[in-house]
Ligand binder design. Structure first.
Ligand SMILES: C[S@@+](CC[C@H](N)C(=O)[O-])C[C@H]1O[C@@H](n2cnc3c(N)ncnc32)[C@H](O)[C@@H]1O
Length: 218
């Protein structure tokens, strides 16, 4: 199924342990800069504008910096998953109004379905098969509910030049393969392309190392 993607299966807990003591939150969740982290939240804000959602699940919420940028009042309920203990403690401390579970998606028992699910920078290091992970993601979305997903793009044109090599310590995906998994699980792709997080710009998918997908459950 994932023939064009490059998938590494690493221990999730050792991946995030190495930056545990870094000073800034963006470093703790392995983003290259604060602006590249918040650019991804900017795009989510843009996509959810003018719509109201009652139930949002953020999978792999990291340090929870996202809640400083998204208006929490838009939602009746917010649930979040963060399996890494030291990250979980940071989110918990600053967000008493959110239900945060110290769990991976595979351990999470589904009680509710959601009309917004976000998964920002998670599948490249999700510690399990991206196919199983995404199948479960699709299951927890309500009919007419939305998915926002960002990840690493294997088709970035710069990888064809000699100066840019694929970092082999996390997974890189072919966007069409990810879209196919979502479609097979009853999602309709509304928008998808490349995204330059620092510039806050949607571009052709070949022009960025990051892609995004905005999809709706049928
Ligand atoms: C690159 S960080 C991004 C954090 C946050 N979404 C953000 O945008 O700042 C990826 C996060 O996903 C979490 N994660 C990885 N695999 C997961 C899984 N299987 N279930 C839930 N969370 C997971 C990691 O612990 C980490 O906090």
């Amino acid at each position: 199924m994932l023939k064009k993607s490059f998938v590494v299966n690493k221990n999730l807990y050792s991946v995030y342990k190495k930056n545990k003591n870094k000073k800034y939150n963006y470093q703790k969740v392995l983003w290259s800069s604060k602006i590249s982290m918040t650019g991804r939240y900017w795009l989510l804000n843009k996509l959810i504008k003018n719509k109201s959602y009652n139930n949002w699940l953020d999978i792999g919420t990291g340090t929870g910096d996202i809640y400083k940028y998204i208006n929490k009042n838009k939602f009746q309920n917010i649930d979040a998953l963060e399996p890494i203990n030291h990250l979980f403690k940071i989110v918990k401390k600053n967000n008493s109004d959110i239900n945060i579970y110290n769990q991976t998606l595979s351990n999470f028992k589904i009680k509710n379905k959601y009309n917004l699910v976000s998964c920002i920078g998670v599948i490249q290091n999700c510690g399990s098969s991206p196919l199983l992970f995404l199948t479960k993601v699709c299951k927890i979305i309500q009919k007419n509910g939305y998915l926002y997903l960002t990840s690493k793009n294997i088709n970035w044109a710069k990888f064809k030049s000699e100066d840019y090599n694929l970092e082999l310590d996390h997974s890189w995906f072919d966007i069409e393969e990810i879209k196919k998994i979502l479609k097979n699980n009853n999602l309709k792709i509304i928008k998808s392309d490349g995204f330059l997080p620092k510039e806050k710009k949607i571009v052709n998918y070949k022009l960025s190392h990051t892609f995004f997908i905005w999809a709706r459950k049928n």
